[in-house]
Design a protein around this ligand. Structure first.
Ligand SMILES: Nc1nc2c(c(=O)[nH]1)N[C@@H](CN(C=O)c1ccc(C(=O)N[C@@H](CCC(=O)O)C(=O)O)cc1)CN2
Length: 291
């Protein structure tokens, strides 16, 4: 068997076309969607993601505002900028790129973002609403994964879903979304005993642990759908400098029925869902103003 590849670049291109049309319609009604992005420090990967977010906005007709702070920025500086952006009616989405430098209080920063502009879906109120199946901004990576499962027509209801990783950005919201969609969900993590006994039961396996090629073929049930959320840059060996996921792609694709690649899988969908959340936020503002 060789797995079907779920192509995140192709799906992103289709979804972004629709987003651009919605952004153009809102702009014509006098509400151009606008995303504000805050980057603190010089983390190279974060700088790439922020650049791609800003470029994605531009291509979709979404206005973007970018604020760069040095690694030694204070909590007060970041909070003051968030207060300004919260108060600005022309700004519909606000995000603070993670991770933040260690001296900053991430929880306080995320809780300061106006919940109606929290297009990353990390504010506790959005997390709580999602857990109850209420309308909420859904964190972009797990939302992108759900879109990929839907586009690939992978049955979720009744499926055994196993997630490796329990982060606030991916693992926990992924578990909520899959649960809400009717899957039976197991969340595994660094303290899980006999991890492979869990992963081998999975119809849908989501790897989000940040360890290159951690998921090997013997950990995967034949015919499973494997979603790779990892983005790791290999340090040494013949592939040094290359990007790879948390899944041993070449070996696992011989066992799985469907698999996402890295790069070109979940990553582009993360930015696509951010653009969609920004347009949704602007549409709510336009609706409230009856524009
Ligand atoms: N505020 C946030 N911070 C972080 C988030 C987030 O959703 N909100 N997620 C990740 C990083 N991330 C978005 O910010 C992200 C990661 C990867 C990609 C992506 O397109 N990856 C490409 C490869 C890009 C490369 O060349 O390095 C791919 O997989 O094809 C987009 C966004 C942590 N922080």
């Amino acid at each position: 068997m060789t797995a079907r590849i779920i192509d995140g670049n192709a799906l992103s291109a289709r979804v972004r076309d629709e987003i651009a049309q919605r952004a153009a319609a809102l702009t014509a009604r006098g509400v151009q969607p606008c995303l504000a992005v805050i980057l603190v420090g010089g983390d190279a990967a974060s700088a790439v993601y922020v650049r791609n977010k800003v470029a994605g906005c531009e291509k979709a007709g979404i206005r973007s505002l970018r604020f760069d702070y040095p690694a030694n920025a204070t909590q007060e500086e970041v909070m003051a900028k968030l207060a300004d952006l919260n108060a600005d009616p022309a700004v519909h989405g606000i995000l603070v790129q993670l991770p933040l430098p260690k001296h900053l209080d991430e929880t306080q920063v995320l809780e300061t973002i106006d919940v109606t502009k929290d297009v990353d879906g990390f504010h506790a109120e959005n997390v709580g609403r999602l857990s109850q199946g209420l309308e909420a901004f859904i964190p972009c990576t797990p939302h992108g994964v759900m879109k990929m499962l839907e586009s690939a027509e992978v049955p979720v209801q009744g499926a055994e879903a196993v997630i490796i990783g329990r982060s606030n950005i991916v693992g926990k919201p992924m578990a909520m979304l899959l649960t809400n969609a009717g899957a039976t969900v197991t969340v595994c993590h660094s303290k899980t005993r006999d991890l492979a006994s869990h992963t081998r039961r999975a119809d849908i396996l989501v790897a989000a642990i940040g360890k290159p090629r951690f998921v090997t073929a013997d950990m995967v049930k034949p015919g499973a759908t494997v979603i790779d959320v990892g983005i790791n840059r290999l340090q040494d060996g013949p592939d040094a400098g290359k990007l790879c996921g948390d899944v041993d792609f070449e070996a696992v694709k011989a066992v799985a029925a469907a698999i996402t690649p890295v790069p070109g899988g979940v990553g582009p969908m993360t930015i696509t869902m951010l653009l969609e959340n920004t347009v949704i936020s602007a549409a709510r503002v336009a609706r409230a103003a009856r524009k």
